[in-house]
Design a protein around this ligand. Structure first.
Ligand SMILES: *Cc1c(COP(=O)(O)O)cnc(C)c1O
Length: 438
């Protein structure tokens, strides 16, 4: 049954006159999957309702933050109570220390931190700090990893390994990306070669320890350990960008899961429980390079905003207090949906399923996906057809093959059964339309 999206279509028409592409963040426009993007009116638990009253099971959670489900009552209450005391002061509040102590508890590598208002701010500030601390200019990032939209980080790899950065966006001068080395993920020799070539000039490696922004790509065994050892040996800092993985794959993120201690960590998404919060942190002697103690400038009018802190405290506090139930439950539900959908595809629609905890991607390719090049071999057309069919069946998936899917504590076994059913029908339709060789 096709979706009725009459009101959404009218809202989209208005939005297109007001916002480029009708959106305030590009992937929301559904260009990668086609069709009209539904406008969302409200959410509760695992469900979203659009402006036409259609209900969806949400496997996206606002790109990650809504791990406790939408409108989780303790989070709603915390925001309401904070709002009644005024939305902002531009002066310090106790709530900042409360959230910071929760972060410290989960991330022992973070002695001191700064709160900011987005993941983008967290990563660009962490890089500035790493450059200042080491007195070096080059940074290493990996192909397919997204670290926000700051100039020097918007670099996809060129064709060669360890070539100079080529800006991935118009409006970024080549010079701004000149010091960014973009290397393939899960490839230790590529990193060794870069360190040979640039010796004492690499300030840091920044990495999504589990890639989420090329779809879900786990680190190969020993890969993160190798990055840790190489950076230590060469006097560079290792930055784990845990904006997505933080509080998601474990309370203490990928660094807890794999037992690796990075120098700096960036957080966001779940940290704010749906409100705009990011953070970066690490050892005191590095963090104290920031103004007003040190020479590295970094600031924010709304940093540590009381409403955002309240939502973060309610969310992270709940995760900490209930971690013994929350993470096993997420693991069990995620395995059920990831494996259930994979099994529904059978042989007619070859899939590769990657998953770490409640973070997963069905790649429309039969080959293993261990890096961006592997992810890019997926059939984008098949993914788009799958996305549209699932949406019509009331299942909200990320609107791109290159985004990880998530679930949260509000999802039920019944939701998962409904999802697997919808997937079986979607795959049957894809197989009959396209044939095995698309
Ligand atoms: C989402 C994300 C960012 C950017 O965060 P914003 O809040 O969108 O600026 C940075 N790094 C990673 C790994 C992310 O997933």
């Amino acid at each position: 049954m096709p979706l009725v999206l009459t009101r959404s279509a009218a809202l989209q028409q208005r939005a297109e006159k007001l916002f480029p592409g009708g959106v305030n963040s590009p992937v929301r426009a559904f260009r990668a999957v086609g069709g009209e993007p539904p406008f969302i009116e409200r959410g509760e638990g695992a469900y979203l309702w659009d402006a036409d009253g259609n209900r969806y099971i949400d496997y996206f959670g606002s790109w990650g933050p809504m791990i406790l489900g939408h409108a989780f009552p303790p989070v709603v209450e915390a925001i309401q109570q904070a709002a009644a005391r005024s939305a902002s002061f531009g002066a310090s509040t106790a709530a900042e220390g409360d959230l910071a102590e929760l972060v410290q508890f989960a991330y022992p590598s973070i002695e001191k931190m700064r709160f900011v208002s987005s993941g983008t701010e967290a990563t660009m500030s962490a890089i500035r700090l790493a450059r200042a601390f080491t007195g070096r200019k080059y940074i290493v990032k990996f192909e397919g990893c997204y670290h926000g939209h700051a100039d020097g980080l918007l670099v996809k790899a060129g064709s060669g390994v360890a070539t100079f950065g080529i800006p991935g966006s118009a409006g970024v001068p080549e010079e701004a990306a000149h010091f960014t080395l973009a290397l393939p993920f899960n490839d230790v020799p590529a990193v060794e070669t870069a360190f040979e070539k640039h010796r004492d000039h690499i300030a840091c490696i920044i990495v999504e320890p589990i890639v989420g922004n090329a779809g879900c790509i786990p680190p190969a065994p020993g890969y993160l350990e190798a990055l840790r050892a190489l950076t230590k040996k060469r006097g560079s800092l290792l930055i784990f960008d845990e904006v997505m993985t933080g509080f998601r794959v474990a309370l203490g993120g990928a660094q807890e899961l794999y037992g690796i201690r990075p120098d700096l960590t960036t957080l966001g998404k779940i940290l704010g429980g749906g409100l705009p919060v990011g953070a970066f942190g690490g050892p005191a002697h590095i963090m104290d390079q920031l103004a007003p103690l040190g020479p590295v400038y970094q600031a924010g009018t709304l940093s540590g905003n009381p409403l955002a802190m309240a939502a973060g405290i309610a969310t992270v506090g709940h995760l900490r207090d209930h971690r013994a139930e929350v993470y096993p439950k997420l693991e069990k539900l995620s395995a059920a949906v990831a494996d259930g959908v994979a099994a529904a595809a059978e042989v007619e629609v070859p899939l590769t399923t990657n998953r770490v905890g409640a973070m997963f991607t069905w790649f429309f390719t039969p080959d293993p996906v261990t890096d961006y090049a592997g992810a890019a071999r997926s059939s984008i057309d098949r993914f788009a057809a799958f996305h549209r069919a699932m949406l019509s069946a009331g299942v909200w998936l990320p609107p791109s093959q290159f985004e990880a899917a998530f679930l949260g504590t509000a999802h039920t076994d019944a939701d998962i059964a409904q999802t697997v059913d919808a997937a079986r029908q979607a795959f049957a339709a894809i197989a009959s339309k396209a044939g095995p060789e698309e």
